[in-house]
Design a protein around this ligand. Sequence first.
Ligand code: SF4
Length: 358
Amino acid sequence: MTDPVIAVENLEKQFVADDDLFSRLLGWGEPKTVKAVDGVSLDVREGETFGIAGESGCGKTTLGETLLGLYEPTAGRVYYRGEDVTRRLQEDPDLRTEVQIIQQDPYKSINPRFTVFNWVKEPLDVHDIGSHEERERRVLETLELSGLRPAEAFADEYPSELSGGERQRVGIARAIVLNPSFVVADEPTSMLDVSVRASILDLLNRLQEEMGLAVLYISHDLSLLKHTCDRIAIMYLGKIVERGPGDQVIDDPKHPYAQALVSSTPIVDPDKSREPIEIEGEVPDPIDLDPGCRFAPRCPAAMEECRAEEPPMYDVGRNHRARCILYDEDFMASKSPDVPPELRVDGTEGTDQDAEAE
Ligand code: SF4
C-alpha cells in the first residue's frame, strides 16, 4: 500500500446557522452552529481514488472544500505527506499548488471572458511558475493530455464555443496544469450528458494512473463510485457512518443507512434484483441533533440504547467499518433474545470488534 498523500483526523467544520446571524450580530448569547463536517478521519493514498457518498447536505462537499483550504477547519488535523498542515492549508503557496479541484459545473466554473489558453495558464501565472515560453508549452501539453487535441485548435476558443464535455476537459486541464498530488473531484460528470460521462471518467482514470494522483471523488452516484473508487465512505449528517473497500461497501453494506442508500441504486445486471428500502421520516435538523446515533429517528432497527450515545465505528469485515451498535457483539449478546430475529445482523463473525472512536 502506498503512503497517504492527504490525511485528516477528527476534522470538524462548523458554520453559524443562517437563521442565527441576527442574534449573533446583536451579541445575543452563543450563536447556534451547524456541524457540516463532524469528526471525520480518513486518508487518501498515492494513486488511490477515495469515494465520498451521501445525500445532498451530508457534508461531503464541505469536507472536500476544507481539504482544499477554502475553509479553515474548526477542529481536527490535516496532514499532507505526514506533515501537519492544518494552519497552513489556506495560505502556503507551495501547498496550494499540490491540491486542486475539478468542479461539478463546467458551465459556471470557467470565466467566460477567458480563452481556453488563458484560463488554463492562469494558475501558472498566479504561482509565477516558469518563463513565458515554458508556460505556453506546459499549457499546450496539458490541453493535449486532457484530450483537447490538437491543443492549438482549442487554445483561442472561449467557453461559449465549447461543448459540456470539452469544458469539463478544460476544467481538468486547469486542475492538473500545476502537476498536483491531490485532486478533489466534486461530482465531475453529474452535469454532463450520459454519452460523454464515460469518456471523462476514462480521462480521469488515465490521468490518475499516469500522474499517480490521489483523488477524493465526491458523488451521490454509488454505482459510479463502485467502479471508480478503491475505497468508499458513506456520510450522514456530517459523519462517516461506513467505510471500506469500494466493492464491499456497495455489494454488502452494513450500516442501515448505507443499506437503504445502496438499495435505491439501479442494478445493471438484468439477472439480479433488489428491493428498495424506504427510509421513513425527514433528515433531522442539524442544528438541534439529539444525542446518540443521528440516524436513529429514521432507522428501522433503532433501539433505546441507540439514542443514548453516538456509536463508534465497529469492524464489520476486512478493512470495513460501520458506525452502528448492531455490530457490537457484547451488546447484542446482552440484548438477545430481546432483539427480534429480523433486526439481527450477520457479518460480525470473525471481526475483531475493535470499536474505533472517530
Ligand atoms: Fe440504527 Fe441504532 Fe445502528 Fe443507529 S446505532 S444505525 S439507530 S441500529
